[in-house]
Design a protein around this ligand. Structure first.
Ligand code: HEC
Length: 112
């Protein structure tokens, strides 16, 4: 028999789960775009093809984030390069778990 107490516990854990994992539903590319604009655009550019000055300063050719190569990265690989950094990309500061998810969802809308 399910008591009110156990229902309460289950609801509590579901709530805790969503609180810890971020939004209750899947990724939101529209929010991801605003995350991109505030956290990524200064290096990767509004068109995701790379900021010329940063490219010169870091002596790097930015890859278009919609390229087949970038899109071939898994969500986990992209997540790790955002939160840990990779090569000449330093980790991006102050990214929440939902920010990371949403910005990846936005990247997935790029391509071609
Ligand atoms: C301070 C500049 C800077 C910022 C800010 C920045 N990046 Fe980068 N990013 C780079 C550089 C430089 C590279 C190339 C790294 C390398 O290969 O050495 C890179 C590489 C990447 C790649 C890998 C592309 C590939 O195909 O190899 C992805 C994906 C990426 N960045 C996503 C993001 C996202 C998403 C954000 C924002 C949350 C972000 N970056 C913020 C500089 C930046």
């Amino acid at each position: 028999m399910v008591t009110n107490l156990s229902v309460g516990k289950i609801c509590g854990s579901v709530f805790l789960f969503f609180a810890l994992t971020g939004s209750a539903f899947s990724q939101d590319p529209a929010t991801g775009l605003s995350v991109y604009q505030s956290k990524c655009q200064r290096c990767h550019g509004a068109d995701a093809r790379g900021n010329r000055e940063i490219s010169v300063a870091l002596d790097i050719e930015f890859r278009y984030l919609g390229s087949a190569e970038t899109q071939a990265l898994t969500d986990l690989e992209i997540r790790q390069l955002i939160v840990r950094g990779k090569g000449k990309m330093q980790r991006v500061e102050s990214m929440t778990a939902p920010n990371v998810r949403d910005v990846i969802a936005y990247l997935r809308t790029l391509g071609g």
